[in-house]
Structures are given as C-alpha cells and as structure tokens.
Design a protein around this ligand. Sequence first.
Ligand code: ATP
Ligand code: MG
Length: 565
Amino acid sequence: PDPMRVLYKDYRTATPQNFSNYESMKQDFKIEIPEYFNFAKDVLDQWTNMEKAGKRLSNPAFWWIDGNGEELRWSFEELGLLSRKFANILTEACSLQRGDRVMVILPKIPEWWLANVACLRTGTVLIPGTTQLTQKDILYRLQSSKAKCIITDDTLAPAVDAVAAKCENLHSKLIVSQHSREGWGNLKEMMKYASDSHTCVDTKHDEMMAIYFTSGTTGPPKMIGHTHSSFGLGLSVNGRFWLDLIASDVMWNTSDTGWAKSAWSSVFSPWTQGACVFAHYLPRFESTSILQTLSKFPITVFCSAPTAYRMLVQNDMSSYKFNSLKHCVSAGEPINPEVMEQWRKKTGLDIYEGYGQTETVLICGNFKGMKIKPGSMGKPSPAFDVKILDENGATLPPGQEGDIALQVLPERPFGLFTHYVDNPSKTASTLRGSFYITGDRGYMDEDGYFWFVARSDDIILSSGYRIGPFEVESALIEHPSIAESAVVSSPDPIRGEVVKAFIVLNPDYKSHDQEQLKKEIQEHVKKTTAPYKYPRKVEFIEELPKTVSGKVKRNELRKKEWVTT
Ligand code: ATP
Ligand code: MG
C-alpha cells in the first residue's frame, strides 16, 4: 500500500516490477488529476502517517553524507517537521506569499531538500540554480525570474550582494552559514527558533510550482514553468516505471541541484515511491569517490549522466563490490552502447536509458523486464503519446527519421510544462498541429523502440546524406584510443558540409603518431558504420566544451568551424 495508489490502477500486484508486458502496462495506466494537489501534503505527509502506523520499514526518507565522515538521516516525520519550520521562516521572516518566487542556489546540502519541501508547503515557487553560476548569471536569473527571495551559502552571497541593488523584486535573503552576514537571515539560527506548526497550503493542481532553467546546451537557458501536477504528480511516472522504486530502495542521483534532473531523481520520483533519497556532498565529480560511495552504502538504484558513466568505466573497478546495487539508469544525453557494455562487464548491471527534457517528465525509457536494445531510448513512458512527425505534422512510419513529438490535443498530457516563462512566442513555436515538438530528431523501429538521432540543429548534411553525430561518436568510442568525442558539421567546398570529429584521446595514446592514429580511427569508423559517415576531418583536443551539467556543447564547436572559414 502506498499514498499514490489511489491515483493509479494497481498494475503492480500482478507482476511486481516487471514490465515485460509493455502493452498492458501502458494500457492500464490511468492517472486522475485531482483538483487540488500538493506533494508535501498529499505524498510526504502520507508517508509520515505510514511510518507512524508502522506500515513503512525503517528506511530513512533522506540520507546524506559529506564524504568526510559527516552523515545525517531523516525519517519522513523529521523531514516534515524541519520543512514546516522552514516554511514558517519563508512566510514570516521573509514575508513571502503564495505564488512568490524563491531562488535557491545551494550545493548538495540538506537545506536544499528542505527548501524544496518548504516551498511546496507555502505555495511559493522554487527556482533552483547551480552553484557554478557567476555573478552575471545570478543577475540575469534574478531579474528574469523576478525572484523575491534568494537562499544561498557563503560562497555565492557576495555575488548576490554585488547585484542585489539591480534586482527590484528581491527583498529577502537567507544564508546557510555558520556565520552571520549583514542584510541576510541566517537559516541555521532561524531554524532553532521557528515554530514547527504549519498548515500546508491547498494548491490547485495547475498552480505554478517551480521554474527550472534548461541546461543551456544550445543557447541561453530557458525558464520552464511546472505546476503541482506536471512535476509534483507527473514525476511519479519516472519513479514507478523507469526507476523501478519501492519504499525499501535507496536512490542516489549524482546530478547537480540546479537542474530539473534533480527534481526528477533526487526529489519527486523517489519520494513518490516512499524510497530513500541518498545524497553525497561532492563539490566536484570524482570517479573514485563515486565508486567508493556506491560500494560502501546500501544504494539500490543509481542515476547518472552519460558523461559520468564514461568517466567511471575508465577506472579499474575490480576492487569494488556493488552488493546492494540492482538498477542503474542514465539520462540527459544518449549513452554509447560501448559504455553500457563496459558497465555491464564491471558491475554485472545494465544501464536503463531514459529520455526527457526539463520541459517534460520521462518521454521514453527502458523499463525493467523489457528487452534492452543498446543505443535505443526504449519505448514511450505511459505519460505520453510519442510520435515521429514530418515537417507538416504527419506521423511517419517505422524506420523513418523525423521530429520527436508529443501529442497535446485533445488533451494536454499532465507531465508536460505549461509554458516558457515570459516567452509566449517561444512556447507557441513548439507547437505543430496537435503536437509539441521536442526539438530532437529520431525514429521508431518496427518493435516500437525509439532511437535518438540528434538535436535538430546537430544534424549534419553531407552530400545529401543526413548524419546524426551520436552514431558516429558511438563508433568512435569503440576505438581503444578514444576517451570521448564530439562530432559536428564543418564546411566543405564540394560537399557543403562534412563530418568533423573532435577527439579526446586516452592518456596512453597521446604520444602516438597523430597522423597515423587519425587514419586508423577513420578506417575504424568506416568499418563500424556506413562508410559515408566517417569523419573526413579529425582534430585532437584536450577537453570537450560542456555545460555545467556535463553535456557536450556541439554548437560551440560547430560555430567555430563555420566562423573561421
Ligand atoms: P537547452 O534547451 O537550454 O539548449 P538542454 O536541451 O540540454 O538545453 P535539458 O532540458 O536539460 O536542456 O535537456 C533535454 C535534452 O537533452 C533533450 O531535448 C535531448 O536533446 C537531450 N537528452 C536527454 N536525454 C537523452 C537521451 N536519453 N538520449 C538523447 N538525448 C537526450
Ligand atoms: Mg532543450
């Protein structure tokens, strides 16, 4: 029994955690959106009740480590109590009202999770930001989001102070610090005295819950508005189907607190299922710390990005044992089959790829019990009707590449964002007929599996052929010399565009004859994929340009190619 059960037809009793019958899973899925919905009250507080009634095991709701021996665990009851105190601080000391916007720029510290829940309880709109933002980014975000309150730590408070005068809506500042700071409320101190009695607001399901900035892979990050139902309820789909969680699970997601991916895998999806959210305060990505934590703590479900998996498999993992781990997932970029293969060799586990956007909950995924086709994003999640469209909005047959789209008429699906905040023309531009256009290209095969080809802008058009970079990159990474690569278009007088590969070599190969290596690599690609896709141009570089969340910025490399000629 669990609190979300009322909203779902209970398909799981028949075949627990086994979606081998995909069709019936999809057919049976039905979610009724209640008029009022608030995740804190309708989910978290229900888990507290279950805990109190002895109907939930002693698994913590939240388990945090700092990597230096500090450790903290909260039950749902403790999470409830602390977040109610925090809620009172927001409404009283910060005089925030329902609908007011609160920017939260914190590293992976427990207060970040409390801020999430406190915003839910007060009906204030959370806007997470990554701690890697600069002063200029913070100014841009405070101004464009019209945030009334900011919550941050010692590291970024000076940057906020430097720009605060230019942010007319900003009227309260909270700092998470051991010290006091002029003009700021000290959260830790205030928590000591705040009352823990608070009544959660009754939010309408379609009321704005949070604003997430996109990763900014293709340009300035966009603001995505999500409602209490689109994410608060919608992400239950991820928790149930893709992450395959139950209340006894311990789920660890490594993504930064600034991205929607954290809402996905560090807040809503695990807590929907009553599972434990595990967090490791790690300022930088360190493979060995990740592997140690994964083997030392009873983590059962692990979620990370392809770039992280690529780094992890480069380690000798033979000294680690992953006894508790049973399910690994990846999202954010396509994951190369070669990396999946290596992960399986080293851990015995498959990587279940998922596909989605800040704008959405899970669009496609590989689900437990389903056959995995490496390189495919799996099948549509029960939240969406996913189609491949041509430029006129007609559905394309299996095998044909087109725009990946979600059906939004006659009924807008509940796991989809409402709008790009303050940008109606951008919102309108994503619609084509009855569909929302994701901006990604792909195709569906005869078995109903979806394959990502590229972001629309990343497609390379060479001598009339359409080439997606991911397929070429996946062929490249199979070559032993290559750690990672980015493939983009480069101008060519005859072909218009040709394929160019930017390659980061494995350390052992850096001293090799580069011309020779280049030829070898080109031959390798010609053999592993269709020969016309091989990179006619190759450049070795030390590092690929990436977003803070680790996504390859192909457009940056591409722009340089086209500017210099
Ligand atoms: P911006 O929109 O600001 O340029 P972004 O699109 O990278 O940045 P996100 O919303 O974080 O911002 O990422 C969603 C995008 O990530 C998808 O549209 C898709 O291009 C890519 N993506 C996510 N998961 C996968 C996957 N499994 N396979 C391929 N691509 C993926
Ligand atoms: Mg995007």
